[in-house]
Design a protein around this ligand. Structure first.
Ligand SMILES: [Zn+2]
Length: 175
């Protein structure tokens, strides 16, 4: 066995996928730029380090209890493995090398390559729709973009009520 660096897009890196990625970067530019701004803020305040740059993705790792709001941010982050803003993914300190988490966040990146600025809008509207009109479902776990990312990453796709992060009664995950 040869050692293999973590690059879960190797299998996808044929020329036409690269071309689509270039298009995705242009098409999703507002989201990518927002992600880059998040990086600059997190790194400048010493809350995060740039971990990997693998075209078309930049992976940043949150550092526990460090930086300007380190303790507060680390607490806020305790239940999240990562989040994605197109080319940019930010990972919790202990998930940054976790293959399935990387694959999950990068799938969100690809969603933005496809949907551009519409992705965050449709994502949010899907969650709101689920919350108000699909009372048996969870606004985060059952969001179609999350289900797609979990399926792509080989993670559990159906998340039953008993596994909901903040209990079976809480169907809203963000605030
Ligand atoms: Zn996700």
């Amino acid at each position: 066995m040869t050692s293999k660096k973590v690059n879960h897009t190797d299998d996808l890196h044929v020329w036409y996928i690269r071309l689509l990625e270039v298009w995705g970067v242009i098409w999703g530019l507002p989201v990518h730029l927002f992600g880059l701004l998040v990086i600059v803020l997190l790194v400048a305040t010493r809350n995060a380090d740039v971990k990997r740059v693998q075209w078309p993705f930049i992976d940043v790792v949150m550092v526990k209890n460090r930086g300007l709001f380190g303790v507060w941010l680390s607490k806020k982050w305790s239940s999240w493995a990562g989040f994605n803003c197109g080319m940019v993914s930010v990972y919790r300190w202990d998930y940054v090398d976790h293959p399935r988490t990387i694959r999950h966040e990068r799938r969100h990146g690809y969603q933005i390559f496809v949907f551009g600025l519409l992705q965050p809008v449709i994502y949010f509207l899907s969650s709101v729709w689920i919350y108000f009109f699909m009372k048996k479902l969870h606004s985060y776990y059952d969001n179609p973009f999350e289900r797609d990312a979990r399926a792509f990453a080989g993670q559990q796709v159906d998340i039953p009520k008993s596994q909901w992060m903040s209990g079976p009664a809480d169907r809203w995950a963000w605030w």
